[in-house]
Design a protein around this ligand. Structure first.
Ligand code: PLP
Length: 412
């Protein structure tokens, strides 16, 4: 069939790869994004993505908020807007975060297109080629992807059931030739490990950061999704002069909003604003005003209360199913909140290889290696998401995984 004028399906490749900047050659597609493509087939039970439960999105409430905003504030909502973000929403956030001990003014907050953008802006501001960044081992894959683009080097700290073993930080810092630009911490319901940094480790980390004059990047998308136990002190509260705190509406409201925020001392907010201007001028006013309406009417608060119950029940279903269907020697974390638990298999299973067997059995997870920056690790681990599927599907998926694993072990 003749192509219409201008179609470029069959043009010669002029060697695009060779024309890229050196830093762009380091960029790779995220393993998770690639996996999500694979697992989007309808008959696969996917524990792979970090997806909230779609059946609980507050669609009607968002629809009403959209109608209200367009009717009453249309000209502002559809216009360019300040890079810092929509003032009433920032004021709401400042007030809401005070219940966690984060006492800030709205000028300490900048709105972004998802925390992922904040991670990128942090890289843009702080990471020179070969700059050392400290993070846990494992860590959030998206942060590695963001900072790889700025040619970061990673100094990693192992984890246990109380989160990053911060006691190992001083030795790492004394040994290193260069002072790291920052320490990246996921304090609540770690992605992927499911663990929470204990109160005493938070205090130690703040003290170490002061002693070694380090910046802390505190990434907290899941803190609001606590199913049980008491909230712990944010690092921002313990070291407000040196912490950049990130949180997002992705897991509490909906990731389709692409709306998150950064809290930081004012001098760094000014720099983040400059970095964001170069990226996208501003986060859309419309989406911020809709989110603000949902927040101000108390809908978000109600919704989060509901999500905590739904996700607690799904976590329990996954833990029960693991108990019932997994072969002996397999262990897992039982997170007090969030979206993920971390499973350790026996040494005979390489989860990267086992992934293929699992996909054939129509069930998916993320193999642990994906969360280890530039090094070995996670070969016998996997990240399992429990928020996306309902209890019945979770049980069926874990059953399939258990059967596949037992077969693999019998053949090994
Ligand atoms: C630890 C962590 N940081 C950042 C993000 C990105 O979130 P957002 O949707 O706000 O970009 C995620 C998403 O899963 C995450 O788990």
């Amino acid at each position: 069939m003749p192509e219409p004028n201008g179609m470029i399906t069959h043009v010669e490749d002029i060697g695009w790869e060779n024309r890229l900047a050196a830093r762009a050659r380091r960029m790779q597609s995220s393993v998770i994004r690639e996996l999500l493509k694979l697992t989007s087939q309808p008959d696969i039970i996917s524990f792979a993505g970090g997806l909230p439960a779609p059946d609980f999105f507050p669609i009607r409430e968002v629809q009403e908020a959209c109608r209200y905003i367009l009717q009453h504030h249309g000209p502002i909502a559809l216009q360019y807007s300040p890079t810092e973000g929509y003032q009433p929403l920032k004021e709401w956030l400042a007030e809401t975060m005070s219940k966690y001990g984060i006492w800030v003014e709205s000028d300490n907050i900048m709105m972004v297109n998802g925390s992922q953008q904040a991670l990128d802006l942090v890289g843009k501001l702080f990471v020179d080629p070969d700059t050392c960044v400290v993070c846990s081992r494992p860590t959030y894959l998206g942060a590695i992807q963001a900072w790889d683009a700025y040619e970061a080097r990673y100094c990693t700290v192992p984890m246990d059931e109380d989160g990053m073993i911060v006691e190992e930080l001083p030795a790492l810092l004394d040994k290193g030739k260069h002072r790291p630009r920052f320490v990246y911490v996921l304090p609540n319901f770690h992605n992927p490990a499911g663990t929470t940094l204990s109160q005493s480790r938070r205090e130690q980390l703040a003290e170490i950061a002061r002693r070694y004059d380090l910046v802390i990047i505190e990434d907290d998308p899941y803190g609001e999704l606590r199913f049980e136990g008491a909230d712990l002190t944010p690092l921002f509260r313990l070291a407000p002069e040196r912490t950049i705190y990130l949180s997002t509406f992705s897991k509490t409201l909906a990731p389709g909003f692409r709306l998150a925020w950064v809290v930081a001392p004012k001098p760094i907010i000014t720099r983040l604003v400059q970095a964001k201007q170069g990226a996208d001028l501003n986060t859309g006013a419309f989406i911020q005003m809709v989110a603000n309406d949902v927040c101000q009417r108390g809908i978000l608060r109600q919704h989060v209360r509901r999500l905590r119950n739904v996700y607690r029940s799904r976590r329990d279903a996954m833990v029960d199913a693991l108990q019932e269907h997994m072969p002996g020697g397999v262990t897992w974390t039982v997170p007090q909140g969030g979206l993920f638990l971390w499973v350790r298999t026996s040494d005979q299973i390489d989860t990267r290889e086992f992934m293929k067997t699992a996909i054939a059995a129509k069930v998916a997870f993320v193999p642990g290696f994906a969360f280890y920056p530039g090094e070995q690790g996670g070969e016998h681990s996997m990240r399992m998401n429990f928020s996306y599927c309902n209890e019945e599907t979770i049980n069926e998926g874990i059953y399939r995984l258990g059967v596949a694993m037992k077969k693999e072990l019998a053949g090994a």
